[in-house]
Ligand binder design. Structure first.
Ligand SMILES: [Zn+2]
Length: 260
């Protein structure tokens, strides 16, 4: 019996569409989920002005390290499931097992793939948020910039673009990027996330882009932001205990609010 790869691919897509919501709920549970929402903002200088406590950061770093290990075990599991799918397809072709058994193995495989995708996304988001928190003190000590002024240190560069930037402008930047590079802007945090809430950062009007500022795409994005007068902070070498997150934060630097 012929069972072409093309048919298999289509089948996987259909399965993925059907079980996607379930997978997110069931399999992503160990990872905190991306959330957008309002943070309780207190003015700088309030009690929360010292930002994320060392304790919160330590906890987040531990979580990050734990999730990293979990991801490795998901990946191992997924490799096993892939082998199982191949084996069951062959058995089915030989008439040894019913189609339902193949479908079951395929479902488990697709679920594992989605689990891994979500785990990677959560890790990247936390990584960059931790990098910002780690460099946050240095950022706060730097002298304020004039409108449209750019400055650079070894670890970061920043630009105080004078345009009226908010999250509503983000699609324009995404469009610029996809038109020039043929793929989506790799956004790891779009506005406020639960991680930012916990760290006590107001990230409501910022997006984090997982691009190294010195990469060709990173440089092109930075040029575009400067030409468009869009404020940003580029984290070049933000090394902390667990998380190392070079990236580009589009928007004003995060104001510290009360950590939760
Ligand atoms: Zn950011």
């Amino acid at each position: 019996m012929l069972f072409s790869m093309h048919v298999m691919k289509n089948r996987l897509i259909v399965i993925a569409a059907v079980i996607f919501p379930l997978v997110l709920i069931v399999w992503a549970a160990p990872f905190s989920r991306r959330e957008q929402g309002a943070a309780a903002v207190s003015k700088p200088g309030d009690g929360g002005a010292h930002g994320a406590s060392g304790e919160v950061l330590e906890r987040l770093k531990e979580e990050w390290a734990r999730n990293q290990k979990l991801l490795a075990s998901f990946e191992k599991e997924q490799r096993g499931l892939r082998a199982l799918v191949i084996e069951k397809r062959k058995l089915h072709q030989d008439g040894a097992i019913p189609k339902a058994e193949v479908s079951e193995a395929e479902r488990a495989f697709v679920a594992a793939l989605m689990q891994i995708q979500e785990a990677r996304r959560t890790l990247a988001e936390t990584d960059l948020a931790l990098a910002e928190a780690t460099v946050g003190d240095e950022l706060e000590r730097l002298p304020p910039l004039a409108v449209n002024e750019f400055s650079e240190t070894e670890r970061l560069s920043r630009f105080n673009g004078g345009s009226s930037w908010s999250l509503k402008e983000a699609p324009k930047v995404e469009k610029f990027f996809s038109q020039n590079f043929g793929h989506n802007l790799p956004i790891s945090a779009y506005g406020q996330t639960r991680t930012h809430d916990r760290m006590g950062f107001d990230h409501r009007n910022a997006i984090d882009v997982a691009l190294h500022p010195d990469s060709s795409e990173g440089r092109a994005l930075i040029k575009h932001l400067r030409d468009s007068r869009i404020p940003f902070v580029a984290f070049k070498n933000a090394v902390s205990g667990a998380a190392t997150g070079p990236h580009i934060h589009i928007g004003k630097p995060s104001v510290r609010i009360a950590a939760r």
